[in-house]
Each structure stands twice: as C-alpha cells, then as structure tokens.
Design a protein around this ligand. Sequence first.
Ligand code: FES
Length: 104
Amino acid sequence: MKPKHHVFVCMNQRPEGHPKGSCKALGSHQVIDAFYGELEKRGLFESILVTAAGCMGPCMQGPTVVVYPEGVWYGKVKPADVAEIFDTHLVPDEGAPLDRLRIL
Ligand code: FES
C-alpha cells in the first residue's frame, strides 16, 4: 500500500569541525528514533514511512526533516517536537504543517 506520508530525516555526518556541520552532530539520531517510536506507539507503519536520508541542503538548520507528498521542510527538529508533528501534520486527514518548525 502507498504510504500517506513519506518522512525523510537527514542522518548525514561530517567530520568534527567541518564548517557545514551536520544533522547527525545536531542530534538527528535521536530525532529519527523519536519518529520510529511514535510510529510504533500509534501503529502507523502502514500509512507513514520514515527513511534515513543523506544531506538535503540546509545543514546549519538541522536536524532537517522533509515530508512528502507535500514537500514540507522542517528545521532544528528536536525529539520533543516529533509527537506534535504527528498530531498536527501527519495523522489528521486535513493535517497542516507545523509552522513553528517549517523552513520551506
Ligand atoms: S547535513 Fe543534514 S541537511 Fe545537510
């Protein structure tokens, strides 16, 4: 079955001190774990797909999360934000992007 949403979480890592930084250094591992935890808790593995991604561009605003098919980009996502992304954007039939984290 085609998922309702496909969520990409940047997991890119660069060497320490690299001028661009990286989402991994900003905590993306904890963020993707929070997404997997919510999927399990809510039983949504069939309707929402979460995929670890490489660099998507806005590294300094990471951890970066992109949601398709809407093409909504979130920046500086923290594990504590993930349940709100589900409640506001991913779960409701007429879900809307969470504006406070939106970068594109
Ligand atoms: S390292 Fe995550 S967007 Fe570049």
